[in-house]
Design a protein around this ligand. Structure first.
Ligand SMILES: [Zn+2]
Length: 108
């Protein structure tokens, strides 16, 4: 298998709004970061501030991809069976296929 690289914004076009920004929605992600400050507000709620600069202190656990969706309108990328695509291999294939279809459409 040969390696292939694509720029997502050039390949993705939302079928709904024609947006080109694709985002990944994950579930079951555990984010771990260090607390730096806390303040109790007058209304009793407590705000917590986190260390935003020490990136090594941020750890992600393996989450599960729920879907890939248009960042503009939330349209989820789906396969031919109307199932959400949840792995990068299928997404890659989908992007190539739809770009090819669009290119063909442009010419006719
Ligand atoms: Zn969209």
């Amino acid at each position: 298998m040969s390696e292939e690289h694509i720029s997502v914004s050039q390949y993705f076009e939302c079928l709904d709004c024609k947006g080109d920004l694709l985002e990944e929605i994950m579930t079951g992600v555990q984010l771990c970061t260090a607390l730096t400050d806390m303040s109790e507000l007058k209304n009793g709620t407590v705000e917590v501030e986190y260390n935003q600069f020490e990136l090594e202190g941020v750890q992600w656990s393996d989450g599960v991809v729920d879907r890939y969706q248009c960042a503009n309108c939330g349209w989820p990328v789906q396969d031919e069976n109307s199932q959400n695509i949840t792995n990068p291999e299928d997404l890659f294939e989908w992007l190539i296929e739809h770009k090819e279809n669009r290119d063909k459409g442009d010419k006719s």
